[in-house]
Design a protein around this ligand. Sequence first.
Ligand code: ATP
Ligand code: MG
Length: 383
Amino acid sequence: MGQVLGIIGGGQLGMMLTEAAKKFPSQISEVIVLDPTEECPASKVGAKQIIADFKDKDAIIELASKSDILTYEIESGDSEVLKTIESKTKINPSPHTLEIIQDKLVQKTFLAKNQLPVVEFVDIESLEDLKEKIKKFGFPSLLKTCKYAYDGRGNFKINSEQDLILGFEQFSGQTLMLEKFIDFKMEVSVIAARNTKGDIATYPVVENIHEENILRMTIAPARVSEKVAKKAEEVAKKTMDVLRGAGVFGIEMFVTKNDEILINEIAPRVHNSGHHTLQSSKTSQFEQHLRAILGLELGDTKLVHPAIMYNLLGPKNFQGAYKPVIVKSQEGIFLKMYGKKESKPKRKLGHLNAIDIKNTENIDGLLKIINKIKKSIVIEPIS
Ligand code: ATP
Ligand code: MG
């Protein structure tokens, strides 16, 4: 008999996990997600839904009581509540791993202690403390909230003395840290998996292009030397070794101008920069996550086809219902919409994968294809 899989979060990641679960009919009989949005993306592809906030303790307990195995697609679940139910329900990655990752200061301290390369950082306790510690890194530096940040919303770049007060006030009441600002050559990430038996597998390193702090495009493989690629994958493997949680993790890194690798942050879940694996690899990151938490053999992570993933974001000027997005069918182009009813500025509505099916294009060729198609995609209001 299959098990019931509970997922905290039923957005696009929960949706693609729900779809992947259909590959395991004898292991997973049902998927239930916890999500505050009615008719969330995962519910549209067959998951049952508990409608409640991600942090609603009773709802988490209800989800756990209905599930044999629990996982999450967001990192803001309540790790304290999860710890209390750990003895009754299998939770992967473990609440302990989640707790380390949830707080950027705890996460970076943990990584540094384990000799993993991280961006230089210090904790910030007060405005006075900030004024003193900024001397260590100089301008610009990056002030970050330690918890609940996403899409760069918890980051404030400090360019001058005046910014010290502005930044500090913007995040008043939150725990803070300060980081050296890295003038990096490239942002990359490695999607890594660890199953409950302890086996580790990593996907090839990919290149991430952000616009206004949101991931816009992922290029697989990253345009880096073999040496840099190897270094990034080694850092990812070692991270998985020390982190000990089961599941798929997205490990975001910077490649510095000297070709050093520095970890920026870890996501304890499937990651936007792994969406290309849906068509570029034998095993998608979603299938891999399920394999990892079910204790199955990890799948093949080889990149079979070079690929570019392009995020479709809600336009800045409107919020509301929008017309369906249509892309002319073309070999190697895969459009995935997440079924979100409303567009909001910069909301992730879907993604487009351009896959070099015949392995005859190079990355420049794929970039040209993406640039052409993206012009034909317009997210228009329904009037
Ligand atoms: P996400 O955007 O992944 O949801 P987040 O809001 O938690 O994450 P970070 O990943 O810490 O924020 O930072 C967002 C972006 O800001 C990074 O992808 C990177 O472009 C930039 N950034 C973060 N830290 C630094 C740094 N120390 N130096 C330079 N740029 C940085
Ligand atoms: Mg990030």
